[in-house]
Design a binder for this molecule. Structure first.
Ligand code: WT7
Length: 633
């Protein structure tokens, strides 16, 4: 076992200092982890209530410089990324020197296509090295990237491109996922029919698959590389200038463009990666998250690179070609740190322990979990079978909006309780509030809030500061409201149970009920739709949809399939409803609001007490809903 960064005494001192004098604490960390071109005037200004928070005012830095350039004197020949494709025979590696050159060349292509500081660039790529290179190239010239997960549909791409008003799209002709191909460029083509402001599409060639070609708009990456220089100056960015926009789902139908700025985000990503993953020089670090999600931004790209880490990047999925893939990769690349999701662990556990037999996984010394609560029995399996009882598990709680991990054990310090994300990180002050805004007693469930700003927090929702305020700061003045239900036990451990808003967590991916309902309503036969979560052994939650068909529509065998297709087209496969129940009516209040609370109980077969039904406009719908309820798998 390698030594841990902190001993108990250091931890205690740091923790106390972080709360007693946050400005001093974050000043020390900002200087330790980041190279600034110009020092900041002030560490922290503003408050949640006034919505004027500013970290590291007037400091100048560049995220790409911090991730790449500054490591060159000492680490030019160190591997930044080992990469393996969906096909196990496809591999490559990038040293910090080659990463530098490739990022510079990529940035020069962006400049050639008139992308400059402040412009928004959409990245829709598989997990190939170019995805990381594209993000860093944007950061280098001050362009704002908006990465869209490769599983999203053309409709979802279109909405995100329009919202951020992107000028350019970077994609690949095709993506590989297990034995399927994903028509990435076709999806972009379809999206761009409604996006006139996108002037250029850069296409990375994954294989010889041909796609439609728009001569004036589309160009191949490998062609453009022929005519660019190897060096590209970086922009000196303000600490408060945007680094990226990342869309995530909220309570209403429209995804939110969460905007993160440069200085605070980078400081926070670096320190949390360093201390929570006990980062050390000879680590081979693997965060399995796709760059389409926040975990991929902070813990596949920015955090580890700021710390000069050697990482492993993987295009494929856990069970292809066999469910031994992850375990084989760990041995092949001598992975020391594995950071993945409860869904992946549950799926691999379900496949059986025999898949672990041909690997030792003895290189591992730390395991991480993120995205949803991890069931204690799954935690135990991860600890015992995957980690050979040798590795602490860091169960990390955080969100797209928080930029980095807020609640997590510190390895070697925090005694672990399976299923709990344990204690807050340095400088983080969470609380559990009841509906009146009072702090809950230990073990009492309430709403998870954070009471002080932290450097990684989102700046705003792009083009929508009102929604930012209303969603996170309005209901409990003076606090950041996370959207999760949680409790704190008598030892100060946080237990996060799940969302209390209308947000679902399917395989750890965040999907709004409103988004799925809009997608369902998009089908011409659907008059009304309501969606609720039901438990799923592997995915954590899956989607149960109640649908009222239009008057003249009769149920035919293919209708469910058609409706599912329509959701996949509107959002993507991750939003596929697993259960569709046709109903004659939905429970609504007299003002017409669908009572999802009741539907959730019905779907979950929890019908003994449906709660207060006195506000129902038509109580008769309930009986029909209960009678036709689908059995849960
Ligand atoms: C929501 C945020 C954080 C990066 C990936 C997800 C849930 C996240 C945990 C955890 C219990 C967790 C919460 C949170 N969540 N981590 N360790 N234990 N729940 O980011 O898509 O923004 O989702 O994921 O419900 O609010 P996201």
């Amino acid at each position: 076992m390698k030594p841990f960064h902190l001993n108990q005494q250091q931890y205690q001192e740091m923790y106390e200092a972080s709360l007693a004098n946050p400005a001093q604490f974050w000043d020390d960390q900002a200087k330790k982890y980041i190279t600034w071109f110009k020092p900041y005037d002030n560490v922290l200004e503003g408050s949640f209530l006034e919505q004027n928070i500013r970290w590291f005012k007037n400091g100048k830095l560049n995220a790409c410089y911090n991730c790449v350039d500054r490591h060159l004197p000492a680490k030019a020949n160190q591997i930044a990324f080992y990469w393996e494709g969906n096909d196990p025979n496809e591999t490559s590696q990038l040293t910090y020197q080659t990463l530098f050159t490739q990022v510079c060349r990529f940035a020069n292509i962006l400049k050639q296509k008139n992308i400059s500081k402040g412009d928004r660039v959409c990245i829709y790529l598989p997990m190939i090295p170019e995805a990381v290179i594209a993000m860093l190239a944007c950061a280098r010239i001050g362009a704002v990237h908006s990465v869209i997960f490769g599983g999203f549909s053309s409709e979802a791409i279109k909405n995100r491109i329009l919202d951020a008003d992107c000028k350019m799209v970077i994609t690949a002709n095709i993506g590989f996922r297990a034995n399927k191909t994903i028509p990435l460029k076709d999806n972009v083509d379809e999206a761009l029919e409604s996006c006139p402001n996108v002037k250029n599409v850069m296409v990375i060639k994954r294989n010889e698959t041909k796609t439609l070609w728009h001569e004036k708009r589309d160009f191949w990456y490998h062609d453009a590389l022929q005519s660019v220089a190897d060096d590209c100056p970086y922009e000196e960015m303000d600490a408060d200038s945007p680094l990226f926009i990342l869309y995530t789902s909220g309570s209403t139908g429209k995804p939110k463009g969460i905007l993160h700025t440069t200085g605070g985000y980078l400081v926070y990503g670096a320190i949390t990666h360093d201390l929570i993953f006990n980062h050390q020089a000879n680590d081979i670090y693997w965060c399995t998250a796709d760059v389409g999600w926040i975990t991929g931004h902070t813990y596949t790209v920015y955090g580890p690179l700021t710390n000069g880490t050697t990482s492993f990047l993987f295009e494929g999925v856990p069970n292809y070609p066999t469910p031994a893939r992850y375990w084989e990769l760990i041995d092949k690349y001598k992975i020391t740190t594995l950071y993945t999701s409860p869904t992946a662990i549950r799926a691999l556990r379900q496949e059986g322990d025999e898949w672990l037999k041909n690997s030792t996984r003895e290189s591992l010394n730390l395991l991480g979990s993120v995205g949803e609560p991890i069931n204690p029995e799954v935690w135990e399996w991860y600890h015992e079978k995957v980690g050979n009882n040798q590795c602490p598990i860091v169960d990390t709680w955080w969100q797209t909006e928080t930029g980095g991990i807020l609640i997590s054990p510190i390895p070697g310090i925090t005694p672990l309780k399976p299923g709990s994300a344990a204690w807050p990180f340095f400088g983080i002050q969470p609380d559990i509030l009841d509906d009146k805004g009072q702090i809950c007693a230990p073990n009492k469930m309430g709403k998870l809030v954070i009471s002080q700003p932290w450097p990684g927090m989102a700046k705003t929702i792009y083009n929508n500061p009102e929604r930012f305020f209303d969603t996170y700061f309005k209901d409990y003045p003076g606090y950041y409201l996370a959207g999760d239900e949680a409790k704190r036990d008598e030892d100060g451990y946080f237990w996060v149970l799940g969302r209390f808003d209308d947000v679902l967590k399917i395989s750890g991916h965040r999907i709004g009920t409103g988004e799925v309902e809009n997608a369902l309503l998009n089908h011409s036969s659907v008059a009304e739709a309501a969606v609720v979560p039901v438990p799923d052994k592997i995915k954590g939650e899956s989607i149960y949809a109640f649908i009222v068909l239009k008057n003249d529509i009769s149920v035919k065998d293919t209708l469910k399939q058609e409706i599912i297709q329509s959701v996949r087209k509107f959002i993507g496969a991750i939003a596929t409803p697993h259960y569709i129940q046709f109903a004659t009516g939905l429970p609504k209040t007299r003002s017409g609001k669908i009572m999802r609370r009741i539907l959730k109980k019905i779907a979950n077969n929890d019908i003994k007490d449906l709660g207060d039904t006195s506000t129902l406009a038509d109580p008769n719908v309930i009986q029909d809903l209960i009678q036709n309820k689908l059995p849960l798998k």
